[in-house]
Design a protein around this ligand. Structure first.
Ligand code: NAD
Length: 367
């Protein structure tokens, strides 16, 4: 796998820039929906993404990629995907010859994101890739370069950036509704079950931070509306717990933003959290659950009163809005909101968080 990934990263230079203009024209064909191939038929793909594709305005499910023939058959039948549109990993590069596939959605273990995204770009396909974008900033940079060279778009599956409570919280935090933002707290964690790839560093790239702490980081950045300039971090992991032989359990971090806000972030594999708060001199907001699949709740405190924010149910939930956003960006000829650079920024900060925890010092971040 590692050798294959190296080969793909090295072979990037041979890619032709062709996809975007073709993709733009095809995505705009009247009545034609943008076709996604789902790569990796695990829990998130089959329980959250594939069922939501039928609700999309601009997109549909057209192909499946899996290493398990039984899954290809089962989901192929369930979603009416013909045998010609079902691929094994060995067959994967043949997606190049399938004009129904406009983009792949990579929903594999983290260490496979870069390879399968780059191979998709080399096949002339647009890429939606799950978070974390990759297991290092260098891999994330290679993904951006591959898509740029191929002329295809790259988007990262930051679904919360398409969820209405999160969008409302962003708007409040970035306006003067709370006064100038001083403090952000952002907490994400769960009690990790043993024996899964998330706990195997070669596949996950790291522990809670790569998987769930990234929500604390991404939320702190989108609430602040700017990029942090300094980070400090502290890790605490019980290495006698067999779950944590290769990855970290808790790693908390602080971010300093140039506008004067401080963020305090939790990342945990042994306690449950899904919340953030934003505080300014004029009030605060609190979201809990903040970045869940459903049932988001948001409160705002201003002028001595706390009120729950009741938002109308949107026409598109966060999954549908995210899935439609890639074809919308292609049709409009614009960059997706959560593009490769957005994923890369998180990867660079994640590396700085690990470095800070390891070296016990603050790390300055450059843009
Ligand atoms: P999962 O274990 O349920 O699925 C992973 C899939 O990859 C499985 O189908 C498995 O068969 C396949 N696979 C291929 N090669 C593998 C290998 N060498 N080892 C293990 N599995 C292999 O995981 P998941 O929860 O679906 O997560 C997949 C990706 O989606 C991850 O990157 C994760 O971070 C992301 N995810 C995102 C969200 C979200 O809300 N955005 C939620 C869950 C997961």
């Amino acid at each position: 796998m590692a050798a294959n990934r190296r080969h793909v990263l090295a072979g990037m230079g041979a890619t032709l820039a062709a996809g975007a203009l073709i993709g733009r024209a095809r995505a705009a064909e009247p009545g034609r929906k943008f076709g996604y191939a789902i790569v990796g038929l695990g829990s998130y793909a089959t329980n959250q993404i594939m069922p939501r594709l039928k609700d999309c305005e601009h997109a549909r499910l057209v192909a499946l990629v899996s290493g398990t023939p039984e899954k290809l058959q089962r989901y192929g039948e369930e979603y009416d995907i013909p045998a010609t549109h079902r691929y094994s990993y060995a067959d994967y590069d043949r997606i190049r010859d399938n004009p129904d596939i406009d983009a792949v959605y990579v929903v594999l273990p983290n260490s496979m994101h870069a390879e399968y995204s780059i191979r998709a770009a080399q096949a002339g396909k647009h890429v939606m890739c799950e978070k974390p974008m990759a297991i290092s900033a260098a891999e994330a940079e290679a993904m951006i370069a591959a898509c740029r060279q191929a002329g295809t778009k790259l988007m990262i599956g930051y679904r919360s950036q398409f969820e209405v409570h999160n969008l409302h919280a962003m708007e409040l935090a970035r306006s003067d509704a709370l006064g100038q933002v001083r403090i952000i707290t952002s907490e994400h964690g769960f009690d990790a079950q043993p024996n899964q790839w998330r706990l195997d560093k070669p596949l996950s790239g790291g522990g809670s931070l790569m998987d769930i702490g990234i929500y604390s980081l991404n939320a702190a950045r989108y609430l602040a509306g700017e990029e942090p300039v300094e980070v400090t971090a502290m890790e605490l992991t019980d290495r006698s717990d067999p779950r944590f032989a290769t990855v970290e359990d808790r790693i908390n971090f602080q971010l300093r933003f140039p506008g004067g806000a401080l963020a305090s972030c939790v990342s945990s594999y042994t306690s449950n959290h899904n919340t953030y708060r934003v505080h300014g001199p004029e009030g605060w907001l609190r979201a809990e659950p903040a970045t869940s699949y459903t049932d988001h709740q948001l409160w705002v405190h201003r002028e001595g009163r706390t009120e729950q924010v009741r938002l109308p149910t949107p026409a598109k939930n966060q999954f549908v809005a995210q899935l439609d956003h890639l074809p919308e960006s292609i049709m409009a000829g614009t960059e997706p909101r959560s593009n490769g650079m957005e994923g890369l920024r998180d990867m660079r900060i994640i590396e700085a968080i690990y470095q800070s925890a390891r070296e016990g010092r603050a790390i300055r971040l450059t843009a």
